[in-house]
Design a protein around this ligand. Sequence first.
Ligand code: BES
Ligand code: MN
Ligand code: ZN
Length: 489
Amino acid sequence: MDIKTRKDLTGLKTDLLFVTKFETSKTLEKSDLLGKTVQDRIDKAISIYGFAGKKKEVLLIEGTDQIKRILIGGLGLKKDFGAETVRLAAHEAVNQANALKVSHLTLMVPGPNRFLKAAVEGVRLAAYHFEGLHQKKDKDQAPTLKSVVCLTREPKAKTVLHEVNTILNGVDLAKNLVNLPANVVTPGYLEKTAEAMAEGRKNVSLNVLGLEEAEKQGMGAFAAVARGSAEPARMIALQYKGNPGSKKAYGIVGKGITFDSGGISLKPSKGMGKMKTDMAGSAAALGAFKAVSELGLKVNLIVVVAATENMPGGRAYRPGDILTASNGKTIEIVNTDAEGRLVLADALVLAQKMGADRVIDIATLTGACIVTFGNIHTALMSNSDAWAKKYMAAAANSGEKTWQLPMDTEYNELIKSDVSDMVNAVETGKAGTITAAKLLENFIEEKTEWVHLDIAGTSYLDAPRGYQSKQATGVPIRTLVELLMEEAT
Ligand code: BES
Ligand code: MN
Ligand code: ZN
């Protein structure tokens, strides 16, 4: 999608102009972006057809010589207006443009910059389409919209446009990684993706461990999961030095289970195919890394992706096994389907060894998270109120809904083991999402500020919702980049 910005309509030819109106006002907001002729035409149509401006309400009218058609969209009440309204409106405009089979769309965008940002996000989120792997592309299905012009007077519009495009390129990358099947997106494929991000960049370095090297480094939890699969596992570490003067580094750690069969504690076959998405945390980590490094943010960032399948092969780990992770702690296996926390344990230790002191891990970790939040909220758990608060503030700006769960010490009782430092699964299922985070906390050093995000529900949608298309969502990349942009200033 080609997106440009422009100060007014002078000399512009377009198939469709999209303007918006609040529910309370009688006319369009007065703006000199449109010019008198177009503005009058819209105001006349609004009064003739009685367009109220309610949310989701649209009115299509005839345009002028240079503008074929004008689409008026309702914004709802002014008191509810915010970036989220703009994202939804821009998304709706793109959908309508495709429904009308036009190729060029012009959007009137309100100031300030955060609304321009939201509008471009809405456009890019609506423009994503996973083509699948059909032999022949279906031409009728393909969206017709090729280019979008944003009408705005913001002085830094070009910078904002560049930023959003860079971030959404990271989001699209993550969506593709999640949507593609597990026979394509293997741990080796994730490694190649990381390689492409490091290639030709002086301030990016890449380190990859195979199963044997991981075992040698004492990563007994990761290795145990990896051994059950014939597909070679990879512990992938990317490092970006955007602030070489500083010793501090942010860490993003992703669960990269490219397929989760459950292992010996095999999952039921119904819906098992969806477990190709069990690497969504690592896809988000890689997408965020791509955006942050391409934006050249003044931060140091370490991304660790623990990539393996969870399979019931002949060398698979078993219920009853006791594993030793790379920080020396031991874990009794109760259920081999609680594999995500195991690979994350060693990945978290590695990220901290590499120097990360403010860490965020992202994982499709528990079905219990979906029981609690459906597909609406990402669950956040943390050992640091300050770091959690910063993350929540960034999430409020990005619109990626997040809700914090408690981490009281009482929950530690639930993961106690008679024979080791902890169990990997609580058989009663009590506090499933929190107890998973409690296990991870055992691999966080005292001085590390840590946020854990369970995206089991929010990383993938069976049906579109709002400005999110169905399938992979790319959550929580926009929040992560928002947070690091904030930290960099
Ligand atoms: N990858 C799953 C969690 C999951 C389930 C993600 C559904 C997305 C949709 C994870 O590895 C898992 O199997 N968790 C178990 C843990 C249990 C055995 C303690 C679960 O939630 O059932
Ligand atoms: Mn599992
Ligand atoms: Zn899993």
